[in-house]
Design a protein around this ligand. Structure first.
Ligand code: GCW
Length: 690
C-alpha cells in the first residue's frame, strides 16, 4: 500500500513493457562530466528514477565518448552558444541520438532532470524532444510558520519537519526528501521559521541547527532564509533599543549577518513581519517600514542575500477598513526601499480568504519590487479535511488585470496569442498581477513568490493526500504562472495517483470544482471571515473578540437591511485604491459579478440579483447546493476506487465524509444566523436545516 510519503516522485515500474523498453533505449547511460553536489543530485535522481520506472540500473559515466542512446547533462556557461536564451536556472532538453539536458547552471540541470523524469512518469514520448524552460520568477520560496517548540502556526499535517531538539548532530534523512520534492517543482528557497518569529533563531545555538539544514538543502539548489524578530538586538543582543537608525543596532545586525554567513555561505536572507498583529517593528521608534527594511538590507550588502518585508498590516480600528491598510501604509514608501528589499504582499487585501479580490498594492508600487504571498496551508479552506485544490485560487489572482497600463483589447486572431500587439512598445498582455510579480510590468530586477507551506511531520507530508497537489501546484506556478490549473492537476494525478484515463478525468474534474464548492457552502457571493479564533468552526455570529476587526460581523456586516461590506464611495471607498477600469467592474451592485458582490456592497435581503434570485434566496441556494455538492464529490471519488491505492482511497473517503458533515454544519450555521436578520423563509425546494 502507498502511504503517500513519496509524493509525486513515485518512480513505480511502468507496466507497459514495450513502452518501458522504448524509454530504456534512450536512457542507456547518464553522462555528467563534473560532480558538483547539485550535479550529483541530478544524476543520482535520474538514476534512481529510471531504476524505478524502467526496472534497470543505468550507469553514470563521466563522458559519453562516441556512444549514443544516453542522457547527457551539460552545463554550459557560454551565453553566446545560447541562441534560445536560457536564463540562469532555465534548462533545455533536446533529443535525437542522445538526450541532452543543457543549462547555464547546475541548478538548471537538476530542474531539467526532473522535467525529463516527469515526461516518463506521465508516459509522454522522450524522442525528438525540444523543450525550453525558464523560470518566470527568480526567488521561489516556501515559508514555514514553524516554531522552536515543534508546533506549526496554521499547520494541519502534524508537527514541524525540523527536529530542532536533535539538530545539528542528528540530521533526519527526511530533510533530503523534502529538498528533492521541492527541487522537482522548481522551489529554490525556504524560510524555515514562523514570521511570528522567535529571536532564538538568531542565537548561535539555533544558527548551527539551521546551518545543518542548509547543508542538506544546498545539494538541491535550495537556500535557507530566516524570519527575524525585529527587536532581537534587545532581546538577545542586550541593547537598549532596536531603533533601526541607531548605529549600535545597525552594527548588531551587520555582525549578526556576518555570523550567519560564516555558517551558511549561501544564506538567502531575511523575512520580516513587523508592526503587524502585535509584532514589534520600526514604527515603535517612530521609523518607517523602509527604515527597518533598509537597515537589514545594509547588513546584507556584502552578501548575495535579500530582505523580504511583509505588507500584511492593519490597525485595530473599528471605523477603518482593514482592506485599505496595506495600500495606505506602503504606497507612500514607493521608491524608498533599498534595492535588496522586496515587499511581500498577500494575494488579497484581507487574509487568504477562499476568494478575495487581488490586493490593490499590485501595480501601485512601480518603483518597488513586490512579491506574492500565497497560502498553501488551508487555514481558511478547511484545514486538512476539506478537499480544496488551490491552483484556481492562485490563478485567479495572477490573472487579474490591474489595468495599470490601461485597457488592452482582446485579439480576434488566436494566432497572435490572446491579445493584440499594437506596436512593439505596447504590452502584449494586459497588466495582470502575474506581470507585476514576474517583473515584466514595471521592470523589477528582483522577483519573488512565497507559499506558506502545508507540510508537516505526517507520513504523507500534508495530512490530506489531496493537499499534496497544492504544494505541487504552487511550485509549478511559481516556475511558470501561465500553466493552467487543469494541466497541473493532470500532471499531479498521473504522477501521484493513477494513469487510468477515466480516473484521471474524474479526479481532475473533482479538483477543478472543489474550490467553488467550498466557497458555496463557506463564503458565497463575496462573504469573508466567518470564523472563530482557530479559523475552523463556523461562527458568523461572533460580535466580540480581543480586537473589533477580529469579529465576524466586522466583515459581513449583517443587519436588518441586508448583508455585505460597502466599499464604494458611500462606504469605506476602498475601491478607490484600484484603477478606474477595475472600479468599473466592481462598483455597481447591479453589474458587479456575484463572486465579488458582498466584498464591495451592502445588499438588501430582498434585492433581485443578476441570477434572478433575491440575495436571500441566492445565499440559501449556494449554501444548499454547496453542501450537496460534497455528496457529489463523495460519489465521484467512489467511482475511482479501482484505480487508486487502497490506503489513499480510504483516507480520502474518510475525509470526504467529514467534509460533508461539516459542509452541512457551515450551511446551517450561516442560514440560521442570517435568518435572524433577513426574517425570510428558506426557499423551496430546500429542506429545513438539520
Ligand atoms: O492569516 C493570519 C494568521 C496568522 C498569521 C498571519 C500572518 C503568522 O491567522 O496565524 O501569522 O495571518 O500572515 O502574519
Amino acid at each position: 500500500a502507498d502511504d503517500g510519503y513519496r509524493l509525486w516522485l513515485k518512480y513505480d515500474l511502468i507496466k507497459d513493457v514495450a513502452k518501458r523498453e522504448e524509454y530504456a533505449r534512450s536512457c542507456q547511460f547518464i553522462a555528467v562530466s563534473n560532480q558538483s553536489p547539485i550535479l550529483k543530485s541530478a544524476a543520482d535522481e535520474l538514476q534512481m528514477g529510471l531504476q524505478g520506472l524502467l526496472g534497470k540500473s543505468i550507469p553514470i559515466v563521466a563522458s559519453a565518448g562516441s556512444r549514443t542512446g544516453g542522457v547527457l547533462l551539460t552545463v554550459s556557461k557560454d551565453a553566446s552558444a545560447d541562441p534560445q536564451q536560457l536564463t540562469q536556472e532555465g534548462y533545455r532538453i533536446t533529443s535525437r541520438t542522445t538526450i541532452n539536458i543543457a543549462s547555464k547552471s547546475d541548478k538548471g540541470i537538476l530542474y531539467g532532470v526532473f522535467a525529463l523524469l516527469r515526461q516518463v512518469q506521465m508516459g509522454q514520448p522522450i524522442a525528438n524532444l525540444s523543450l525550453n524552460s525558464n523560470p518566470k520568477i527568480r526567488y521561489r520560496l516556501l515559508n514555514h510558520w514553524d516554531n522552536t517548540n515543534g508546533t506549526i502556526e496554521r499547520g494541519y499535517a502534524g508537527e514541524s519537519l525540523w527536529k530542532w531538539y536533535e539538530l545539528p548532530a542528528t540530521v533526519d534523512p527526511r530533510y533530503r526528501d523534502y529538498a528533492r520534492a521541492n527541487a522537482s517543482i522548481g522551489i529554490n528557497g525556504t524560510v524555515v521559521n514562523n514570521v511570528n518569529a522567535s529571536a532564538r533563531f538568531l542565537t548561535a545555538e539555533y544558527l548551527e541547527k539551521v546551518a545543518a539544514l542548509a547543508n542538506v538543502f544546498r545539494a538541491y539548489g535550495i537556500r535557507v532564509y530566516l524570519s527575524v524578530y525585529f527587536p532581537a538586538p534587545k532581546t538577545i543582543g542586550g541593547l537598549k533599543t532596536a531603533d533601526p537608525l541607531d548605529p549600535e543596532v545597525r552594527k548588531w545586525w551587520a555582525d549578526k549577518t556576518n555570523e550567519i554567513y560564516k555558517l551558511i555561505p549561501d544564506f538567502g536572507g531575511f523575512l520580516v513581519k513587523a508592526n503587524s498583529e502585535g509584532e514589534p517593528g520600526p514604527q515603535d521608534y517612530g521609523r518607517t517600514h523602509a527604515d527597518g527594511a533598509n537597515m537589514l538590507a545594509e547588513a546584507l550588502t556584502p552578501y548575495d542575500g535579500i530582505v523580504m518585508w511583509r505588507a500584511f498590516v492593519y490597525k485595530a480600528d473599528p471605523k477603518a477598513d482593514r482592506f485599505k491598510a496595506a495600500h495606505e501604509e506602503f504606497t507612500p514608501l514607493d521608491g524608498k526601499f533599498d534595492k535588496k528589499v522586496i515587499i511581500q504582499v498577500k494575494n488579497g487585501p484581507i487574509d487568504f480568504q477562499p476568494r478575495e479580490p487581488f490586493s490593490p498594492l499590485f501595480g501601485n508600487m512601480p518603483k518597488t519590487p513586490l512579491s506574492m504571498e500565497f497560502q498553501i496551508t488551508q487555514e481558511y479552506t478547511g484545514f486538512a479535511t476539506h478537499w480544496v485544490y488551490e491552483a484556481p485560487i492562485f490563478k485567479e489572482c495572477l490573472e487579474s488585470d490591474t489595468y495599470i497600463k490601461g485597457k488592452v483589447e482582446a485579439s480576434p486572431e488566436p494566432t497572435l496569442g490572446k491579445f493584440v500587439v499594437r506596436g512593439k512598445d505596447l504590452p502584449v498582455d494586459p497588466s495582470t498581477v502575474a506581470r507585476v510579480i514576474d517583473g515584466s510590468l514595471h521592470g523589477y530586477k528582483m522577483t519573488a513568490i512565497a507559499g506558506v507551506a502545508n507540510t508537516g511531520s505526517d507520513r504523507n507530508w500534508t495530512g490530506n493526500p489531496m493537499a499534496q497537489a497544492n504544494w505541487y501546484a504552487y511550485g509549478r506556478l511559481a516556475w511558470d504562472h501561465t500553466l493552467s490549473s487543469e494541466a497541473i492537476a493532470n500532471e499531479w494525478i498521473k504522477m501521484t495517483l493513477t494513469s487510468e484515463p477515466k480516473a484521471v478525468k474524474t479526479i481532475a474534474n473533482l479538483m477543478l470544482k472543489s474550490r467553488e464548492i467550498y466557497v458555496d457552502y463557506n463564503t458565497p457571493i463575496g462573504l469573508s471571515r466567518p470564523w472563530s479564533g482557530v479559523h475552523f468552526a463556523p461562527e458568523p455570529w461572533q460580535e466580540k473578540s480581543a480586537r473589533p476587526d477580529w469579529t465576524a460581523i466586522y466583515y459581513h456586516r449583517a443587519d436588518s437591511i441586508g448583508l455585505g461590506f460597502d466599499r464604494t464611495a458611500t462606504g469605506s471607498n476602498a475601491l478607490a485604491q484600484y484603477r478606474p477600469e477595475v472600479q468599473k467592474q466592481w462598483n455597481n451592485p447591479e453589474t458587479c459579478p456575484l463572486p465579488y458582490l458582498l466584498w464591495f456592497h451592502h445588499v438588501p435581503w430582498t434585492k433581485k440579483l443578476s441570477s434572478g434570485r433575491t440575495l436571500w434566496d441566492e445565499l440559501c441556494t449556494r449554501f444548499y447546493t454547496g453542501a450537496d455538492s460534497v455528496r457529489w464529490m463523495q460519489q465521484q471519488w467512489a467511482q475511482v476506487k479501482p484505480a487508486i491505492d487502497p490506503e489513499i482511497f480510504a483516507d480520502v473517503t474518510g475525509r470526504l465524509a467529514t467534509q460533508h458533515k461539516e459542509a452541512i454544519w457551515w450551511r446551517d450555521s450561516w442560514i440560521l444566523y442570517l435568518q435572524t436578520y433577513s426574517k425570510q423563509p428558506i426557499p423551496a425546494p430546500f429542506p429545513k436545516p438539520e
